[in-house]
Design a protein around this ligand. Structure first.
Ligand code: SAH
Length: 358
């Protein structure tokens, strides 16, 4: 049998593989072995999550950002961005609409906006939890102090998404002026210690990223063991220092999603909007390669276009209800079933089932 397929089988059985083995897969994979990888990753996902796909309602609540990530369209120094931040009332309104549509997880994502101090965020989190006690709150607001993460957790935040972006120090530092590689990783470990369900993740196709860098990303997630891993193609944005870069492809991103599934069988892996932006069937392909989460947008339509991390982001004109049914249709046509529950990580759902029985 083919050497790459053998390596995939070893990874399937052991749920780990040497760095050299991962590198060999990434460098040697072709169309035939890639379909084999996707099949095995889907099989692994089904062992833990059957045919379900979880839905999260995404609220992009501010595009102000004090950071200057070289790839990101809403970087602080991009003065072409029309900046907005949603009021607490508007955020609550998004949640109300989302709740009616069936969502039980709200993902609050934004730039690093100094307006959203702990006090302001705690007030919002507390109000959401008071009104919707059966919902999970996921935060994605970048690097903060341990004290801040602890206070937000105490207020009711359940999960935190903070992609590590790339696990290679030199590449990280070339992309993030003024940010420390070590700090981002420390934030992730702190979030874990504090009891959040944590999401790390990385972009594929960054300028100067090599297959070894991608192996480092996979090794990092295998070591950190986050509950969630967001993997998406890098898509250039013309108003950033990286304009004119090539960007990642759907195919290479799918390979990373599948490898992440085989390394972390129980992980919650989103099929990202960036995949749907590059290919109309990109999100369905990611589900078939082992992803099991989608995050339709609940943000008010008049701000959607302003949260432009990369060019030509899709779904910017669609009402929340439209996004909900559009994505459901895609999930079902790809052969999966929508689960509108909180969609906790399999290890947590298992603990809760035991507690209910007791
Ligand atoms: N401020 C938050 C949220 C960042 S935006 C934080 O720091 O975590 C969410 C993710 O979008 C980023 O983590 C990054 O991986 C991704 N992203 C940003 N610009 C992108 C681009 N041009 N192409 C693809 N993904 C991008």
């Amino acid at each position: 049998m083919n050497r790459i397929k053998n390596l995939i089988d070893t990874l399937f059985v052991d749920e780990d593989l040497s760095d050299a083995g991962l590198l060999e897969i990434i460098e040697g994979i072709d169309a035939d072995t890639a379909s084999y990888l996707f099949e095995r990753a889907l099989e692994k996902k089904a062992l833990h999550y059957k045919d379900t796909v979880f839905m999260r309602g995404l609220i992009e609540f501010t595009n102000y950002c004090k950071q200057n990530c070289n790839y990101c369209g809403i970087r602080g120094k991009n003065d072409k961005v029309d900046r907005y931040r949603l009021s607490k009332e508007m955020i609550m309104h998004c949640c109300e609409e989302g709740y009616e549509l069936g969502y039980r997880t709200f993902v609050m994502q934004g730039g690093e906006d100094p307006f959203f101090t702990d006090e302001v965020l705690i007030d919002i989190i507390t109000s959401i939890k008071d009104k919707f006690p059966d919902c999970a709150i996921t935060l994605s607001v970048g690097e903060r102090s341990r004290e801040s993460y602890a206070a937000l957790k105490a207020a009711g935040a359940d999960r935190y998404l903070l992609r590590h972006e790339t696990a290679t120090k030199a590449l990280y530092e070339s992309l993030h002026p003024g940010m420390r590689f070590e700090n981002r990783r420390e934030c992730l470990y702190t979030l874990k210690e504090l009891g959040y369900q944590v999401g790390a993740g990385f972009m594929v196709g960054l300028p100067n990223q090599t297959p070894s860098d991608l192996v480092a990303d996979l090794r990092f997630i295998k070591t950190l063991m986050p509950e969630m891993v967001g993997i998406g193609p890098y898509i250039p944005h013309e108003d950033t220092p990286l304009k004119g870069a090539t960007g990642g492809t759907v195919e290479e991103t799918l390979i990373m999603v599948s490898l992440a599934r085989l390394l972390l069988p129980q992980a919650l892996l989103p099929s990202t909007t960036a995949m749907g932006t590059l290919d109309p069937k990109g999100r369905e392909k990611a589900l078939k390669a082992g992803a099991n989460v989608v995050m339709p947008n609940l943000s008010p339509t008049d701000v959607r276009e302003k949260y432009e991390l990369y060019k030509d982001k899709i779904c910017t004109g669609d009402e929340a209800a439209h996004c909900r049914s559009c994505i459901e249709g895609r999930i079902v046509s790809a052969g999966f079933r929508v689960d509108m529950g909180r969609g906790d990580h399999a290890s947590i759902s298992a603990i809760e089932e035991v507690q209910i029985k007791i």
